[in-house]
Write a protein that binds this ligand. Structure first.
Ligand code: PNW
Length: 462
C-alpha cells in the first residue's frame, strides 16, 4: 500500500457495496430500436410544454450503443455494484404477452460485460417507463396494470435471473403515483387526487405480486428489494398544528408505502385524511397480504428534506388533498442546481428512523447525489467541487448512521452519467461523468476521481 499512513480514513464496514445508479429512459436512447415501443415518458416528453426545452430521451446518453464504454468507465472507478433499470417497453412492447428477445439480449450483454468487469448487477424492473398501451388502458390507477407488471417481472427474471444479483421491483412509487397522476409534473401528466391514490395502491400491489413472481422464477439466494424515496419531513415548530401538518405529509408520502409493504395495513390516519377524495374501495381482500410479501432489503433514495407548517398550498399538488392543510417552506442553507437544500443530517435521520421502525431489514442507499453546474478548466478537466462536498457530507452521514446501529449495506451514487433529468430534460447534470450531448463524449469529473479514491480506500478521507 503506497498511501501515506498519516492519511486517516473514515472506514466503512468490510463488504460495503459501492455503486453508481442510472435508469433506462434517462440514458439509453435508441427509443425506436429493436422493437421498443413508446412508454409514457416518450409520449409525455413529445408533448409541448411538459419537459424543459422540449427535450426527449430519444438519444439521451446513447448508452444503448455505448454500453461497453460505460461499463469500462465503471471498471475504472472501481465500483463493486451497478444499479440500472430494465425498460419494460423493450422487453414487452405492449405490456402484455411474450417477451421480445432482442430487448432481453441487451440486458444480457450488459450483465455479461459487468461480470467481466467484476461488477455486480442490480436491476430495477420499473423506473417509470410504463408501456404507453398500458397507460391507454388506464395506467396505474387501474388494477390490471399491477397484474401485467407481475407478469413482466416473472418473464424478465426468468430470462436474466442467472445473471442479476439483486432485483428491485419499483423505483420511487411515490413519484409514479403523485407526480404522474397527482400534480402531473411527470408522465403521464394526469391531475386527479383519487387517481393518484388508486395508483399508489396499485403500485404497492404491483410490487407485492411481482415479489411473488420473482420468488418463483429466481434462483435461491437472489435478493429482492423495493426502492422508496421516503420524505424526511420536519415540522417548522413543535406546535401541535405544525406537527399535524408533518404527520399528514408523512402519511401520504411515506407510510402509504411502508405500512402496506412492511405491516400489511393502510395507515388509519391516511384513510381518514383522504375520506373526501376516495373511500379506498379499490383495495380488495387479500391485497394487503400480497403487498406485505417479505423482501430482503429496502432501497432508499435521498436528496433533501422537506419543511412543513400548518397552512395551505396550491393545487394540483402531489399531496392528495393534504395541501389544503400544509404549507411548504424553503429549508435554510445552500442549494443544488435543482434548488434542493443540501442537508446531510436528513440522511442520518432517515437511516436511524428505519433502524428503529424496520429492525432486521437491511438498508441500501439506492440513490444519492446532486445536480450542479460544472466547469471545464483550460486543461479540459471537469471541476465539480460542490458535488464532491455534497457527496462527502452525505457519505459521512451514512457512516455516522452505521455507527449508530443502522444496517446500511451499500451506497449507489446518482448518477454515473449526466442524463435526461425528467421534467428538466438535459438542463440538470447529476453525473460524476460529464456527457457532451452533441458528441456523446464522456469526461470523468473531479467527483469521479474522488469517488474512485473513496472506493479504493474503503472510506472517506477524514
Ligand atoms: C429521482 N421530487 O427522481 C429518480 O429516481 C431519478 O431518476 C432522478 O434522476 C433523481 O431522483 C434526481 O431527480 C426524483 O420532485 C424526481 O420530489 C423528483 C422528485 C424526487 C425524486
Amino acid at each position: 500500500d503506497a498511501r501515506p499512513e498519516s492519511t486517516a480514513t473514515l472506514r466503512f464496514p468490510e463488504g460495503f457495496r459501492w455503486g453508481t445508479a442510472t435508469a433506462a429512459y434517462q440514458i439509453e436512447g435508441a427509443a425506436t430500436e429493436d422493437g421498443r415501443t413508446p412508454s409514457i415518458w416518450d409520449t409525455f416528453s413529445r408533448t409541448p410544454g411538459k419537459v424543459r426545452n422540449g427535450d426527449t430521451g430519444d438519444i439521451a446518453a446513447d448508452h444503448y450503443h455505448r454500453m461497453r464504454e460505460d461499463v469500462a468507465l465503471m471498471r475504472e472507478l472501481g465500483v463493486t455494484d451497478y444499479r440500472f433499470s430494465v425498460a419494460w417497453p423493450r422487453v414487452q412492447p405492449t405490456g402484455r404477452g411474450p417477451a421480445l428477445q432482442k430487448g432481453l439480449d441487451f440486458y444480457r450483454r450488459l450483465c455479461d460485460e459487468l461480470r467481466d468487469a467484476g461488477i455486480r448487477p442490480v436491476a430495477t424492473l420499473y423506473h417509470w417507463d410504463l408501456p404507453q398501451e398500458l397507460e391507454d388502458a388506464g395506467g396505474w390507477p387501474r388494477r390490471e396494470t399491477a397484474e401485467r407488471f407481475a407478469e413482466y417481472a416473472g418473464i424478465t427474471a426468468g430470462a436474466l435471473g442467472d445473471r442479476v444479483a439483486t432485483w428491485t421491483t419499483l423505483n420511487e412509487p411515490w413519484c409514479s403515483a403523485f407526480l404522474g397522476y397527482g400534480n402531473g409534473v411527470h408522465a403521464p401528466g394526469r391531475t386527479d387526487d383519487a387517481d393518484a391514490l388508486r395508483a399508489a395502491h396499485h403500485l404497492n400491489l404491483a410490487h407485492g405480486l411481482a415479489v411473488g413472481a420473482l420468488r418463483e422464477s429466481l434462483p435461491a439466494g437472489s435478493e429482492v428489494s423495493l426502492t422508496l424515496n421516503l420524505h424526511v419531513v420536519r415540522a417548522l415548530t413543535e406546535s401541535a398544528e405544525d406537527r399535524d401538518a408533518a404527520r399528514r405529509i408523512d402519511a401520504v408520502a411515506n407510510r402509504i408505502f411502508l405500512d402496506p409493504v412492511f405491516r400489511g395495513r393502510l395507515p388509519e390516519d391516511l384513510v381518514r385524511d383522504t375520506a373526501g377524495v376516495t373511500d379506498w374501495g379499490f383495495v380488495r381482500d387479500g391485497d394487503l397480504a400480497a403487498i406485505a410479501a417479505p423482501i430482503d432489503s429496502l432501497g432508499l433514495n435521498y436528496y433533501s428534506p422537506t419543511v412543513v407548517a400548518a397552512g395551505s398550498s396550491e393545487s394540483p399538488s402531489p399531496w392528495a388533498g393534504a395541501e389544503r392543510h400544509v404549507r411548504f417552506l424553503p429549508a435554510p442553507g445552500p442549494r443544488t442546481a435543482m434548488d434542493w437544500p443540501v442537508d446531510a443530517d436528513g440522511l442520518h435521520e432517515l437511516l436511524t428512523r428505519m433502524r428503529d421502525e424496520l429492525p432486521g431489514v437491511p438498508l441500501v442507499i439506492t440513490e444519492n447525489g446532486a445536480a450542479y453546474e460544472d466547469y471545464a478548466d483550460p486543461s479540459g478537466q471537469v471541476r465539480d467541487p460542490e458535488r464532491v462536498a455534497y457527496l462527502h457530507g452525505h457519505l459521512a452521514a451514512v457512516r455516522r448512521a452505521i455507527e449508530d446501529g443502522a444496517d446500511v449495506r451499500g451506497y449507489f451514487l446518482w448518477s454515473l452519467l449526466d442524463n435526461f433529468e425528467w421534467a428538466f430534460g438535459y438542463s440538470k447534470r447529476f453525473g460524476i461523468v460529464h456527457v457532451d450531448f452533441a458528441s456523446q463524449r464522456r469526461t470523468p469529473k473531479d467527483s469521479a476521481r474522488w469517488y474512485a479514491e473513496v472506493i479504493a480506500r474503503g472510506g472517506l478521507p477524514s
